[in-house]
Design a protein around this ligand. Structure first.
Ligand code: TRP
Length: 453
């Protein structure tokens, strides 16, 4: 029996863009600024950069490599590449499917806020530079149970529809063309934010002049979790995307480019936000609401603000679609390829599961406010469990698998594209990292951050 023909990316540049489409999303525009603000600014940024280089990049390279080597869904991958009798590694794929549901349960809610803000930007009701009014507008949205649920379902309906109809190629084409526009709009925002009176000095100092005393074990774990979240690694997204990579794709080069492009989008978002925070008197540690208050304030203080603001939230909504599709792809590929249940049913089942688990997250600031587990509401708990526990755990397992089971010769074959790339030194470097340093770093940060020791 010949293997089924799998869909794949058709050009090297297309691979880069699709991977970037998964990496760039609400993580850059929403999560990076809120976490940086809540964790003290520059020190957090520094740790995040180190985590991205020493942990994120090597994990991204080997995860993508395994995906391409096996060309299968996140669970079946390990049946293909693990030696006979070593079945346990499939747990990485199972954990990945669970992480995808957990992440989607809160990510879909944040995307819902962005959708809602597209409309609010159009009507001009959020165009204010006053922290009180901005906070009230955001508060009104998140404390309204009906609006919260409906917007989450709109997001799930739109993205589920895209996955079900199999039109994601078309959507990715659109996303790609619009992303440069988001980049330009961020540059405009940075320019306006930096030129607000009294903004540039404190804003840039907050972002780039680290106070090492603020770096606690919990801050380090949060930065590590963000590094995983940003690069879409540790749960099978890159296994699944890697399985669509071309045989002649230079994996380390692609991963490095995606990492730098992703970092620059996050940094631009930070530079657009923090100077304005200080100019208008917002609270840098405001958390998830930060972006929804400061970005409108920057737009409100420039000509044509209403139109630009609407376009900005629209582009952010579109950017979130690329990331969401890559999250949904993990359980959908598992259900349809491994359990043979058909793409439509797999998509429907996945969306319904997310709608179910997502409800407590959507309602965490209205109907279920005050219901806490481990001192966190459902929204924060899902985020914490996925980004700060399950993704790093997945990362450790992927590293250990490649470093101790898969082995250097096969890694050289795969990353060197069977001898056609001259990158042996680099491959050995990656191997050393994933065999020793990276898993050790993750383990120490995880155990320390969770106060296990
Ligand atoms: N990286 C995306 C963002 O920053 C989110 C995302 C997509 C993700 N796929 C993922 C996060 C897989 C973790 C794992 O918005």
């Amino acid at each position: 029996m010949s293997p089924p023909v799998r869909d794949g990316f058709t050009s090297t540049f297309g691979v880069l863009l699709a991977t970037l489409g998964s990496a760039v999303g609400l993580g850059n525009i929403w999560k990076f600024p809120s976490l940086t603000g809540m964790n003290g600014g520059a020190g957090f940024l520094l740790v995040y950069l180190l985590a991205t280089l020493l942990v994120g990049l090597p994990v991204m390279i080997v995860e993508t490599m395994l995906g391409r080597a096996a060309r299968a869904d996140a669970i079946s991958t390990f049946e293909q590449v693990a030696p006979r009798g070593q079945g346990g590694w499939q747990v990485i794929g199972w954990m990945g499917a669970l992480s995808a549901l957990l992440i989607m349960a809160f990510y879909s809610e944040v995307a819902g806020w962005v959708y809602a803000y597209v409309l609010k930007a159009m009507t001009g009701e959020i165009a204010t530079t006053d922290p009180k009014a901005a906070g009230a507008a955001f508060g009104a949205l998140v404390s309204d149970p009906v609006a919260s649920l409906l917007w989450q379902w709109v997001v799930l309906g739109v993205t589920g529809g895209i996955i079900m109809l199999g039109v994601s190629k078309g959507i990715e084409a659109v996303t790609r063309r619009l992303m440069p526009l988001l980049f330009v709009l961020l540059l405009v925002l940075c320019a306006r934010s930096l030129t607000l009176p009294g903004a540039a000095g404190p804003g840039l100092a907050f972002l780039f002049s680290p106070d090492l005393a603020k770096i606690t074990p919990a801050v380090v774990l949060t930065a590590l979790g963000l590094a995983f979240f940003k690069l879409s690694i540790g749960m099978g997204t890159m296994l699944t995307y890697g399985s669509y990579f071309r045989a002649d794709q230079n994996i380390p080069a692609t991963a490095t480019r995606v990492m730098f492009a992703d970092l620059s989008v996050s940094l631009l978002a930070g530079i657009a936000i923090f100077p304005a925070v200080f100019a208008f008197g917002f609270e840098p540690a405001a958390g998830p609401s930060l972006v929804f208050m400061t970005i409108p304030a920057v737009f409100a203080s420039m000509p044509g603000g209403t139109a630009f603001m609407t376009i900005f939230f629209l582009l952010t909504a579109i950017a979130s679609v690329g990331a969401i599709l890559s999250l949904l792809e993990v359980p959908v590929a598992i259900l349809s390829e491994r359990f043979g249940c058909g793409r439509k049913r797999a998509s429907l089942f996945t969306i319904l599961a997310i709608a179910f688990f997502g409800m407590p997250a959507a309602l965490s600031q209205s109907l279920t406010a005050g219901v806490n587990v481990f001192g966190m509401n459902a929204f924060d708990l899902y985020d914490f469990l996925s980004s700060d526990v399950m993704l790093p755990l997945g990362g450790i397992l992927i590293c250990l698998f490649v470093g101790w089971v898969y082995g250097l010769p096969r890694l050289q074959e795969q990353l060197g594209n069977h001898g056609s790339l001259q990158n042996d030194g680099l491959v050995r470097g990656v191997f050393f990292l994933v065999r020793y340093l990276t898993p050790l770093l993750i383990a120490v940060v995880l155990l320390h951050g969770l106060k296990v020791f």
